[in-house]
Design a protein around this ligand. Structure first.
Ligand code: NAD
Length: 454
């Protein structure tokens, strides 16, 4: 399998894809290795993850540059991602022992009761390319800490990063027959679905997630899906600093070249400040530096997947044909690689794909709304339910809106943000199950109820 740099279209590596036979072989090996791993103490497993945590820091230059070379994200954002991943690992290092410890729930009387948390067994982690470290550590760190064996399939657009992760985990003391990378495209993922695994943990698109859920349903094992979004941001008329809110919204739209599951994908602004907001947003969007992602000053690098540029141009022309106005950007950049200028569209509505279908790029439509009720109706008019943001001076007013939103996460005066201490979950087509927080530690173990009669 060839690895292409999306910023130059050059081939930067070649890796051997797994076959069905090698995937089965890896499964047998991990199945055998998992028992000994589960027999180690949580402290021993934590010590391995602490070494991995250190390795991400000592090797950060090569890891960040590899990540940028295969995904096209600005290199500073690759460093940020590594740093963010370390923050999440730190959370797991500090909290896992507590949440995996056995719990005595009845300690008096003739029958004592306790809960013991056991590993699921061997699980698959089928992952996405947009934040391979962040979405990876959400799954494989707590899965390993819980005593599971992991077959990790990085996205075909983040394979070199997946191989770095494997190398560093092994060097940190995780045995080769406990964590193994499966390389390849969709077919390699499908072979994992055919194995008798004890859990499937997927990050990616709704289309693939639904297919996986259907295929593994009859196994009756946990299947968690972290899927896409069409996340709205609503600006109320009482905000104090329009430029600042516009800057925050723009960052939410364009960060990681717009390829974040919780990227801001549509903006609603109350009418009295609408014109001023659009002006501030557009002015700042025009200043974004689009170009070589290896350059520290670049704001927007290359889109990762080859077909994504045409996809975004298609959404923009669909919107324009239906009456939208393109105020800025939205054109391919005249150089090799998959680049688009951040696009700002107004006069948009929900007949347009731009406002309903996940874009996954630095493009956004800004729509005028009369009041909170109209904003709530439009924010909820989506098949997705990952995050939603409200900007207002008043928390009380924002909260009246936030309680009405059917999303796993709501934000007041912030957006495009994930915390290791909070559960990360999507509703509707944004997913099933959760990672992070104590719930994301418990997601990788199963409780056993002990009834102990003296
Ligand atoms: P994708 O669905 O195309 O691919 C995800 C993974 O599934 C890849 O490893 C791919 O090789 C594998 N795959 C593809 N077909 C398969 C099949 N038939 N059987 C088994 N595996 C298969 O998604 P992507 O393009 O890598 O990621 C982008 C999507 O991920 C976006 O929709 C984004 O919003 C979502 N995402 C969600 C979260 C979250 O936390 N909710 C985080 C990151 C990304």
């Amino acid at each position: 399998m060839q690895i292409i740099n999306p910023a130059t279209e050059a081939v930067i590596g070649e890796v051997t894809e797994d076959t069905q036979a090698t995937v089965e072989e890896k499964y047998r090996s991990v199945k055998a290795g998992q028992r000994a791993w589960a027999g180690r103490t949580v402290e021993e497993r934590l010590a391995c993850m602490a070494r991995f945590y250190e390795a991400l820091e000592t090797e950060k230059k090569v890891l960040a540059e590899t990540l940028t070379s295969e995904t096209g994200k600005p290199v500073q954002q690759s460093y940020n991602e590594l740093n963010g991943a370390r923050g999440r690992i730190r959370y797991f290092l500090d909290n896992t022992a507590r949440w995996l410890a056995e719990e005595w729930v009845v300690t008096e009387g003739a029958t004592r009761e306790k809960i013991v948390y056991e590993p699921l067994g061997v699980v698959a982690n089928i992952s996405a390319w947009n934040y391979p470290y962040l979405v990876g550590v959400n799954v494989f760190i707590p899965a390993l800490l819980g005593g599971n064996g992991v077959l990790y399939k990085p996205s075909e657009y983040a394979t070199l990063t997946g191989l770095h992760i494997q190398r560093l985990l092994h060097r940190s003391g995780v045995p080769e027959d406990v964590f193994t990378v499966v390389t390849g495209k969709g077919a390699a993922g499908e072979w994992l679905l055919q194995l008798p695994l004890n859990g499937y943990f997927f990050t990616g698109s709704y289309r693939t997630g639904r297919l996986i859920a259907e295929k593994v349903a009859s196994k009756l094992v946990p299947c968690q899906l972290e899927l896409g979004g069409k996340d709205p941001l609503y600006v109320m008329d009482d905000i104090e600093d329009i430029d600042k809110v516009a800057a925050a919204a723009l960052e939410g739209v364009v960060y990681n070249n717009g390829q974040s599951c919780c990227a801001v994908e549509r903006i609603y602004v109350q009418e009295s400040i609408y014109d001023a907001f659009v002006r501030a947003y557009t002015e700042q969007a025009r200043k974004m530096v689009v170009g070589d992602p290896m350059n520290g000053g670049t704001d927007v690098g290359a889109l990762t997947r080859p077909g994504q540029l045409e996809f975004l141009l298609g959404q923009i022309s669909d919107a324009v044909e239906k009456g939208a106005t393109l105020l800025a950007g939205g054109r391919p950049v005249d150089r090799k690689g998959y680049f688009i200028e951040p696009a700002v569209l107004v006069n948009v509505d929900h007949r347009m794909k731009l406002m309903t279908e996940e874009s996954f790029g630095p493009v956004v439509g800004i729509q005028r709304v009369k009041d909170d009720a109209e904003a709530v109706a439009l924010m909820g008019d989506t098949e997705y339910g990952l995050t939603a943001a409200v900007y207002s001076k008043s928390y009380e007013r924002a909260e009246r809106v936030m309680v009405q939103l059917n999303t796993g996460t709501v934000y007041w005066n912030c957006c495009d943000r994930v915390s290791a201490s909070l559960p990360w979950s999507g509703r509707k087509h944004s997913g099933l199950g959760m990672t992070l927080s104590y719930q994301g530690i418990r997601a990788f173990v199963q409780p056993k109820a002990y009834h102990i009669r003296h």
